[in-house]
Design a protein around this ligand. Structure first.
Ligand code: CU
Length: 176
């Protein structure tokens, strides 16, 4: 009681407080976590591999995916409905800048994905389930796998740091 907890974003380098919790009363917590969580379903076999490079744009003034800034009139990736793909997502930005490391958080619309590995090593403890966003630190390559089923049409994938997607780090996939 009486304590204050402040949620801060240390990964984006901004270190600005996001949310403050003021503990003003005591309450009972009857929730429990099972000792063993449900096993993950087997991964279907992937039939295609794509590379996604996250970095500053060639001009150095914006952010890009595979050296291209966002264009709403361009389809960047075409995918056959129902297929399973592995995306190798690489952060090619520097670990040291006056503002700290340039981290990116890759986010895909339409389908959740599974994190296969980070630089060939197992995913982080919190990354074993279905994800829609994954942190990619400078110099890292994270492999994710997704099955593109459910809907056809155009969907976005982008860096989830809004300051990055706002200046180009966003692209379109079309499920056909
Ligand atoms: Cu980013």
């Amino acid at each position: 009681m009486g304590s204050k907890l402040v949620l801060t974003d240390v990964y984006s380098g901004a270190s600005e407080p996001i949310l403050r919790f003021d503990v003003t009363r005591q309450s009972k917590d009857a929730s429990t976590v099972p000792a063993q969580l449900r096993a993950l379903p087997a991964l279907p076999e992937a039939t295609n591999v794509r590379d996604m490079k996250l970095s500053f744009s060639p001009s150095g003034e914006e952010f890009a995916i595979n050296d291209k800034t966002f264009d709403p009139n361009r389809i960047d990736t075409q995918i056959k409905e129902g297929t399973t793909e592995i995306w190798r997502i690489t952060n090619a930005d520097p670990a040291e800048t006056p503002f700290g490391p340039v981290n990116h958080t890759f986010h895909m619309h339409l389908v959740p994905f599974r994190v296969l590995d980070r630089d060939g090593k197992p995913p982080l403890p919190g990354e074993n389930g279905l994800k829609d966003t994954v942190l990619v630190r400078p110099g890292e390559t994270v492999r994710v796998q997704a099955t593109f089923s459910g809907y056809r049409g155009r969907y976005m994938y982008h860096c989830h740091l809004q300051e990055h997607s706002d200046i180009g780090m966003m692209a379109q996939m079309e499920i056909v």
